[in-house]
Design a protein around this ligand. Structure first.
Ligand code: ADP
Length: 501
């Protein structure tokens, strides 16, 4: 049954799973509440899918995998475009669901949903433009490769950007002829279920796209471990990524991981400090710091540190934290009680490891039951302290003054993570020199991160493997078949002694 949202009551109805083109409760009948992080109130009950539900979804996806593979690429692209239109028609409801379930403030959720058709269109456009290659080989032979889909792909989604992260991996998977089973995060399943409704309305065949809701350790682990799943895309914490890799290894599934980060925002002495502050605040406060690329380590050149901190204070004083549905809100709540407790425990730890420079408490005037925290900044932070090393996933930054490029590069690279870096300055030679030396998967110069479907995104070191988005994403959802044709008459059997094998 379709999902309906009552924005005034902040409730959703009929949150069922989507398997083989139909709506269903969990086979074992269980459910769990999903909560509005602005108030702590329940929005809806979500089915608690388990391994039996995963088996059903994977079986459906497997049954139709070959038909979907041989639906021509233009046909698959047309369906993705029809889906993009459906998303546009339903953008308001999708944005409200996303805001209610994940804590994005409404204007941001609207912007995010508005971008979804761009992802669908991009992968629709390249569905028929990627292929294999011909290879020069000795002798009168024709040798070439085919790029073929993997088959059934699993998509295990985090709670910070539920819709966007689901679309950025499922769109290329579908475009290149794979079938899909999505496991949304338990805190934020609703937009995936609404999206599934639109997939059906757009005309995708039953079984090509499935959503199993449930807990990570139950439905998520069962999906990653399923022997008929050929590819797994996971975005989330590094710890969970390692567990999923181990489950995938048992059945040799291909894995794409976009994991944690402790990304630097670097301010050079010649940077425009007003702009630098703006980017730095975006970096660690955007979506209340619950962003994999969050710029939570502020490397500010010693010559401008005091001026930067003065401007940072003034800017943070103006940041409006509150209910995501209230006018003018720029920073909503953390997603869940679990995340609220986790971030607050890091703030307490920071008070013992460093100097609390800004924030650290509950923002004045925010609703009692909601999971709100102030933007928080620590100074006098040792690069080896836990708040400098560990991913907090909240609006918490540490300030690290630096003097030489060598010192800067050594400190930034002294991390298990290597996801992303922002560099803010004017001297292009210095900026590009640092960009080459940092061990990260992406660098943005004089701007905050802007995710796009055409640019590859992913991490070095323990920030992940493989790249979402861009033409690079083709590799996540295809495998190579080599085909060779001998164009000469077959040699006599006695001739085979001359062959290398
Ligand atoms: P968090 O710990 O903050 O919930 P995770 O990175 O663990 O963040 O969660 C991201 C996604 O991974 C969610 O969909 C979650 O259900 C799923 N997940 C969590 N644990 C596992 C697991 N052991 N196996 C498969 N999926 C999991």
């Amino acid at each position: 049954m379709s999902l309906t949202l009552d924005t005034t009551a902040r409730k959703a109805e009929h949150a069922q799973m989507f398997i083989d083109g139909g709506w269903t409760a969990a086979g074992a009948g269980g459910s769990f509440p999903t909560v509005d992080p602005n108030t702590g109130e329940t929005i809806a009950q979500v089915p608690r899918g388990d391994s039996a539900d995963v088996d059903k979804a994977v079986a459906a996806a497997k049954r139709v995998a070959v038909d979907w593979q041989f639906t021509d690429a233009l046909g698959r692209a047309a369906l993705l475009r029809a889906l993009a239109e459906k998303v546009t028609e339903n953008a308001d409801e999708l944005a409200r669901l996303e805001a209610l379930d994940s804590g994005h403030y409404l204007a941001k959720a609207q912007e995010l949903v508005g971008a979804i058709p761009i992802w669908l269109d991009y992968f629709a456009s390249i569905a028929d433009k990627v292929g294999g290659r011909t290879i020069e080989v000795p002798g009168n032979k024709l040798s070439f490769t085919l790029l073929e889909p993997l088959g059934v792909t699993a998509h295990i989604i985090p709670w910070n950007y539920p819709l966007l992260i689901m679309v950025r991996s499922t769109a290329p998977a579908l475009a290149f002829g794979n079938t899909v089973v999505v496991k949304p995060a338990e805190d934020t399943s609703l937009s995936a279920l609404k999206f599934a409704e639109l997939v059906k309305e757009a005309g995708f065949p039953d079984g090509v796209f499935n959503v199993v809701t449930g807990y990570g350790a139950e439905a998520g682990a069962a999906l990653a471990a399923h022997p008929d799943v050929a590819g797994i895309t996971f975005t989330g914490s590094t710890e969970t990524g390692k567990q999923i890799s181990k489950l995938a290894a048992d059945h040799v599934a291909q894995v794409t991981l976009e994991l944690g980060g402790k990304s630097p925002t670097v301010v050079y002495p010649d940077a425009d400090l007003d702009e630098a502050v703006e980017v730095a605040v975006q970096g660690f406060c955007s979506h209340t710091g619950q962003v994999c690329v969050a710029g939570t380590r502020l490397f500010v050149h010693a010559d401008v540190k005091d001026e930067f901190l003065g401007k940072l204070t003034a800017r943070l004083d103006q940041t409006k934290v509150g209910d995501g549905f209230a006018d003018g809100t720029q920073m909503g709540p953390l997603v869940s009680k679990k995340q609220f407790d986790r971030v607050n425990s890091y703030i307490e730890l920071g008070k013992s490891e460093a100097t609390l420079f800004y924030g650290g408490g509950r923002p004045a005037g925010t609703p009692e039951g909601g999971y709100f925290v102030e933007p928080t900044v620590f100074t006098d932070v040792d690069n080896s302290s836990r708040i400098a090393k560990e991913e907090i996933f909240g609006p918490v930054a540490s300030v690290h003054p630096w003097s030489t490029e060598d010192e800067l590069v050594a400190a930034v690279n002294d991390s298990i993570y290597g996801l992303f870096a922002v560099l803010l300055g004017k001297d292009i030679t210095t900026l590009l020199s640092t960009a080459r030396r940092l061990q990260v998967g992406g660098v943005m110069i004089n701007d905050w991160f802007g995710e796009l479907p055409m640019t590859p995104h992913g991490g070095h070191k323990q920030s992940g493997t493989g790249r979402d988005e861009g033409l690079e994403a083709v590799h996540n959802y295809t495998q190579v078949k080599h085909v060779a044709i001998n164009l000469d008459p077959l040699r006599a059997a006695t001739d085979w002694a001359g062959a290398p094998l």
